[in-house]
Ligand binder design. Structure first.
Ligand code: HAM
Length: 434
């Protein structure tokens, strides 16, 4: 085994997998643009306090999973940093920092990139993973809530993933949640002696977190716990009904999930997750999000409503493979430039450079080997054409071999790009047999 390995819980995305990610990133970019989301990037690390305040100090993400960054000696005295476990807190920090509250609202932002959580690694759970994230700030809903959920659903459908369902809940707000939390504390309090250690501690600090405990022993208690939907105030109830009405208008029937509270503290009202029931690892969400009407204020801005989602790209790739989707085709050069004289790599490089400058994807065979071997390599590459540099080069001509049609002809160097483009276009339109 090699001495150096990618860190546990991380992996190298080799070309086939990276291509699959790039396809998803392309879909994300295209959909985000069509729905009016502007691209933004924030640093991969922030002051830890952004996450401690934003995500919440008493959450798994901050208590157990934060990658704290140690930098040059002395610096950590003044500032403490952490790798981002999720993008929302940093993005809201940027919204406040750059005064985006003065822009026409809502401000709709999107980001796709790596997140870091020091979680126990397993299939679909990594220490570095990728999210497609969108956030709409400044719109109290409920229409935008439904629009965002529909955007998430469309992402999966466009990626080719079938059977994805939306699980939907409302977790109330400052008016109704405190009473519910007391109900929850009383309920779980009856089982205090049976609670695992962490949950017993959280019964005092954050009883809501008990509902998203991953501990097996908690599952029967969670299943029988009182639900927040029975405790919503009239305003939250009306908002929740509004979200469902707007979802219905766009053809989405969510599955009610009255115990879904999500693992982050910033949520208010709408909370949702995307799942593929029946699939392996089904307890793992493909994506999730919700409304966070208190977060901007918590991070120093004026009170501003917000809602968004994060979709886990790694899990989409796993789910697509599980569903038996075709792997993403690897890119092939359309032209390989070969030569009759094994030693004359200068001519091959010069012609390939000319083809690439003309907009074609071309590879020069730069190994000093026989023409036959070079042509075998071109076929193995899946190239459509081989350009053969031979004696004709002295008269600015080459041989153009169509590897798919099995034909060959002499072409002026000056016409080469145009001739290849024409042949490719004809091929695409079906007038050349593949
Ligand atoms: P989250 O539910 O913590 O939400 O993460 C969103 C998605 O990221 C999950 O549904 C899952 O697909 C993926 N994910 C999370 N952890 C891992 C992991 N260790 N390995 C692989 N995939 C993972 C958030 O992060 C919120 N910021 C979403 C949001 C945006 N809410 C409002 N705006």
């Amino acid at each position: 085994m090699p001495k150096f390995q990618a860190p546990r819980g991380t992996r190298d995305l080799l070309p086939a997998e990276r291509s699959a990610f790039l396809r998803l990133e392309g879909i994300a970019r295209d959909l985000a643009t069509r729905y009016g989301y502007q691209p933004i990037e924030t640093p991969l690390f922030e002051q830890s306090e952004v996450f401690e305040r934003g995500v919440g100090a008493v959450t798994d993400v901050v208590e157990k999973e934060l990658f704290r960054v140690q930098a040059g000696r002395g610096d950590q005295e003044r500032e403490r940093w952490a790798l981002r476990p999720e993008p929302t807190a940093g993005l809201v920090r940027a919204y406040v920092q750059h005064g985006m509250q003065t822009l026409p609202q809502p401000v709709k932002l999107t980001l796709t990139g790596p997140m870091f959580r020091y979680d126990r690694p397993q299939a679909g759970r990594y220490r570095q993973f990728w999210q497609f994230d969108v956030e709409a700030l400044g719109d109290p809903g409920p229409g935008i809530d439904a629009e965002i959920i529909e955007l998430g659903s469309r992402f999966y459908a466009t990626a080719g993933l079938t059977g994805v369902e939306v699980q939907l809940n409302s977790i109330g707000d400052g008016a109704c949640r405190p009473a519910y939390i007391e109900t929850l504390r009383a309920y779980f309090g009856r089982y205090r002696a049976d609670l695992p250690e962490l949950e017993r501690a959280r019964l005092e600090t954050a009883p809501l977190r008990l509902l998203d405990s991953k501990d097996e022993r908690m599952q029967p208690l969670i299943a029988a716990a009182p639900t927040i939907t029975e405790h919503l105030c009239p305003a939250c109830d009306a908002h929740f009904a509004g979200v469902r009405a707007h979802l219905e208008a766009v053809g989405i029937t969510p599955r009610p999930a009255p115990r879904l509270v999500r693992g982050l503290d910033y949520y208010t009202r709408t909370a949702f997750e995307f799942h593929r029931p029946g699939a392996a690892g089904q307890q793992q969400a493909l994506g999730g999000g919700g409304r966070y009407d208190g977060l901007v204020e918590l991070l120093g801005g004026r009170p501003t409503p917000g809602i968004g989602f994060g979709l886990g790209l790694d899990r989409v790739i796993l789910a697509l493979a599980e569903q038996g989707a075709e792997p993403v085709a690897e890119a092939h050069p359309s032209v390989v430039v070969v030569g009759a004289d094994p030693e004359d790599t200068v001519a091959r490089l010069r012609v390939a450079t000319m083809l690439r400058a003309g907009g074609l994807s071309a590879r020069a065979d730069l190994a000093a080997r026989r023409l036959g071997k070079q042509l075998e390599g071109a076929a193995r590459d899946g190239a459509h054409f081989a350009v053969i540099c031979g004696d004709e080069l002295a008269h600015d001509q080459v041989q153009l071999k169509d590897l798919q049609a099995g034909t060959q002809r002499r072409v002026e160097l000056a016409d080469l790009v145009r001739d290849i483009q024409r042949a490719e276009a004809q091929h695409r339109h079906g007038s050349v047999e593949a």
